[in-house]
Design a binder for this molecule. Structure first.
Ligand code: ZN
Length: 188
């Protein structure tokens, strides 16, 4: 969800690949956590603008809107396990993208800024701390460790989905499930 689509980059092929890995990781993390995936897509800038600047799985996007809409002055009304799953999905995109770039994940890394920003606000609301506070950073570091382990465990699957996404431009949740490789894949 929500890797902001940038204007045509110097290297559109590399940019497509990183976007595909990022969105594939969001989708795979959702499926690993037993959450449905509607659609992931690499959007043209015009499509992205129509989708409020986000190129995203529709399922993820709905979640995000629900969280942000529900936030207001109240903390999100979500059981902690659902919030943690949502945070894992949010962070998995940029973590996988960093792997594809061959650099360590950093909260300020490109390609994950919007996701990180949302994660900080959500945790800030729950902890009743400022989104940029040490308490929120510490909480998210723990989430990062789990998300990074999931990305490592399911890297093969993420890669296959990303490769397919670059060509197909959009994949449904069912298609992503059918592409499963590595742990949890059927032997058939
Ligand atoms: Zn994202």
């Amino acid at each position: 969800m929500s890797r902001t689509v940038e204007p045509p980059a110097d290297d559109p092929v590399a940019d497509d690949w990183l976007t595909a890995v990022h969105e594939a990781a969001h989708a795979v993390e959702r499926l690993v956590r037993g959450l449905p995936v509607g659609l992931i897509a690499i959007c043209a800038p015009a499509d992205a603008a129509a989708a409020r600047g986000f190129c995203s799985s529709s399922a993820n996007y709905v979640d995000t809107v629900a969280y942000l809409t529900g936030r207001g002055l109240e903390p999100p009304v979500a059981p902690p396990s659902a919030l943690i799953e949502h945070l894992l999905v949010l962070l998995a995109g940029a973590i996988a993208e960093s792997s594809a770039r061959g650099v360590p994940y950093s909260p300020a890394s490109t390609g994950g800024f919007e996701d990180r920003y949302q994660a900080e606000w959500l945790v800030g609301d729950v902890l009743r701390r400022a989104p940029y506070s040490a308490g929120v950073r510490g909480f998210l570091r723990a989430i990062e460790v789990v998300a990074a382990a999931d990305v490592r465990t399911h890297w093969l699957w993420i890669e296959v989905v990303a490769r397919e996404l670059v060509t197909a431009r959009r994949l449904t949740g069912d298609q992503i499930v059918a592409l499963r490789r590595g742990p949890g894949a059927s032997e058939a």
